[in-house]
Design a protein around this ligand. Structure first.
Ligand code: SF4
Length: 395
């Protein structure tokens, strides 16, 4: 398994697969064809159906303004497939194919982006757990043993804190036709007065998610859509609980390891496997993070992450009008609180579980593959469809 460093990416919202991935594709062709005078971009499936709400089109035009964009649906292609043709006047210089596979990662002309290096000799949680137990390591010590440089986590931590802080200072409406009002700031003041710990965590999750929806700077954890879960708990741990930064950084790395295991063995993309792959993964990562902070055993950590995914199984991705706002923002809030519950419940039931983390990851992926495409970031089914029907009936 490769390094965990690319599970966390600093970038602009609102969608890792719909903004960060395509922006990397545009930069790729810009650098490959230095003499290109124009481009043609063809977006397929989820990129074409929710590209407007997810800001894909504006992101592309920001990087390659001299381009024509068309959209298509072709179920034989990857859910987030795009083609870019590069031209020198009328002459075609080249055609490149991309799949935005989740978390901002790309498959370019059939080859998945990777560091090219296998950092870890293991690929599943069971393999890692057995190695740790044999060698008396905890999950952070395991990461430290194989990763040569862990300094990348410091700017991730800072950007997470900033994404929460920035959102707490803003008011007004989020961009787009839905006219969703920002709520983090007001919630924060209410829950400060009431001294509600869970309320404050909710406000923090709202905050980072609203920043994402507004195209602000966030950290994919593991995706833009799920970027409020881990930062809300990090912010709470650092500012309210006053935990040491070094402990939080280590716990973030442990969360990253869980995210990487899910990415490698399943998917973290809503377009591939529904929201269970985004919010479910973020909840599992956050649960593991909290277990590390609580100094829990590897078995408890596994149990907490497993519960997190188990009870997100079947969670569909149906953002209204393609905006990463409803249900996404509130879903981050519930996931933050659920992660706390998972970490607590795991302490009580560890040892009695019949389902392993690897088993639930596999199940989540298969469930996602079986899910109809209308529930996988196409805004064709679920809440997205119900909302459009309501508007039609109200007219
Ligand atoms: S519903 Fe979930 S997977 Fe879909 S865009 Fe929103 S957060 Fe991402």
């Amino acid at each position: 398994m490769e390094s965990i460093r690319n599970i966390y990416k600093i970038g602009y919202g609102p969608s890792s697969s719909h903004t960060i991935g395509p922006s990397k594709a545009c930069l790729y062709v810009k650098q490959k064809y230095l003499n290109a005078t124009s481009f043609e971009v063809i977006l397929f499936n989820s990129l074409s159906l929710t590209g407007l709400g997810h800001d894909t089109l504006t992101t592309i035009l920001r990087i390659i303004p001299n381009c024509q964009i068309t959209t298509k649906v072709d179920k034989s292609k990857h859910p987030n497939y795009l083609i870019i043709k590069s031209f020198l006047n009328d002459q075609l210089l080249g055609l490149d194919e991309f799949e935005s596979v989740g978390g901002g990662k790309l498959k370019i002309n059939g080859v998945i982006e990777s560091s090219g290096q296998e950092t870890y000799p293991h690929q599943t949680f069971t393999e890692i757990k057995n190695y740790c137990l044999e060698n008396h390591l905890d999950l952070y010590e395991y990461i430290k043993k194989f990763e040569s440089d862990l300094t990348f986590i410091e700017p991730i931590f800072q950007t997470m804190l900033n994404s929460v802080k920035n959102g707490l200072s803003k008011e007004g409406f989020l961009p787009g036709k839905l006219l969703v009002q920002r709520r983090a700031k007001e919630m924060y003041h209410t829950f400060m007065k009431n001294d509600s710990r869970r309320g404050l965590i909710s406000a923090y999750a709202f905050s980072a998610s609203e920043e994402n929806a507004a195209g602000g700077l966030i950290v994919t954890a593991p995706t833009c859509g799920a970027c409020g879960v881990i930062p809300s708990l990090v912010y709470h741990a650092y500012h309210n609980k006053k935990l040491k930064k070094s402990l939080i950084l280590k716990s973030l790395l442990v969360a990253g390891l869980i995210g990487k295991i899910i990415e490698v063995n399943a998917s973290i993309s809503g377009a591939v496997a529904g929201c269970q792959a985004e919010i479910g993964s973020a909840t599992a990562m956050a649960s593991a993070m909290l277990c590390y902070i609580d100094n829990d055993s590897i078995e408890v950590t596994e149990c907490a992450s497993e519960i997190a995914i188990e009870h997100c199984l079947g969670l569909t991705c149906d953002p209204i009008m393609g905006y990463v706002q409803i249900p996404c923002i509130e879903r981050n809030v519930f996931a933050s609180l659920r992660a706390i519950d998972c970490a607590n419940i795991a302490k009580g039931i560890v040892g009695q579980r019949k389902i392993s983390l690897d088993m639930i990851i596999k199940t989540m992926y298969q469930t996602g593959l079986d899910m109809m495409s209308k529930y996988k970031e196409t805004s064709k089914g679920g809440l997205a469809k119900a909302y459009l029907e309501k508007i039609k009936n109200d007219k």
